[in-house]
Design a protein around this ligand. Structure first.
Ligand SMILES: [Zn+2]
Length: 238
């Protein structure tokens, strides 16, 4: 059940769940959600939010600043596109072929440090990029899930790479992982953090002390990657 309230000019989404305390999450798009117990008193919610106003304003200001840095990527020669934390320039190929290692013609390829895209496919560039990012994400997951499964003590039955909007990943009930194709734009250490974070959720749904202990056991410097994502997350898009 969700409601909205406005306190000191900021709009909040109220999300009631089975939890015992009040909490705040600020989404990447700047929406602020107040997570509350099912029977939380509206007055208590309001005074809680009120006491956090300064902190929330600071966070929102910071968010809008980092989001402003988000690059609008045009599909023109010279434009940089991210892959595993590095930017590669796009090169439009006209009157030619883009051929992969197996000698098969394709529309988009990362080759000799450039993304090569057939000029005639320019109108469908975004679609080609998403398809390419999906494939890369799948390849990374195929290699990396087995690497962490034993260390964390979980079994990943299946994974899917899709568009999760503002989220990086989520886990389903039956040992399935859902991953955003945008994750493969981040440095591999950050990608691993997202993966381990999600796999740790298979043991523990919430962000409890225990949960973070599991994450830090596998990725000792995870906080660094968490901060990197907060600061650069908006850039991981096309
Ligand atoms: Zn989480």
């Amino acid at each position: 059940m969700t409601d909205k309230i406005i306190v000191h000019g900021i709009e909040y989404l109220i999300k009631r769940t089975k939890r015992s305390s009040l909490g705040i999450t600020i989404e990447r798009d700047g929406m602020v959600t107040i997570n509350t117990p099912l029977r939380a008193d509206p007055k208590a919610i309001e005074s809680f939010v009120s006491s956090k106003t300064i902190w929330i304003r600071q966070k929102l200001a910071y968010k809008s600043q980092t989001n402003r840095e988000r690059v609008r990527r045009d599909f023109v020669s010279g434009q940089g596109f991210l892959y595993l934390g590095r930017s590669y320039r796009l090169r439009l190929i006209n009157n030619g072929r883009v051929v992969n290692q197996k000698g098969v013609s394709t529309s988009l390829l990362l080759h000799n440090g450039y993304f090569e895209l057939l000029e005639q496919e320019k109108e469908r560039a975004r679609k080609h990029f998403i398809k390419w990012y999906k494939k890369q994400t799948e390849e990374q997951l195929r290699i990396r899930i087995p690497r962490y499964a034993n260390r964390i003590g979980v079994e990943v039955k299946d994974f899917r790479v899709l568009d999760l909007g503002n989220r990086w990943a989520s886990c389903g009930k039956k040992g399935t992982l859902n991953f955003s194709w945008r994750t493969v734009m981040s440095p591999i250490q950050v990608f691993d953090y997202i993966l381990v974070h999600e796999m740790a959720h298979m043991l523990e749904r919430g962000h409890t002390k225990n949960f973070w202990r599991t994450v830090s056991r596998v990725i000792y410097d995870y906080e660094e990657h968490k901060i990197w994502l907060q600061e650069h997350g908006a850039e991981l898009d096309i």
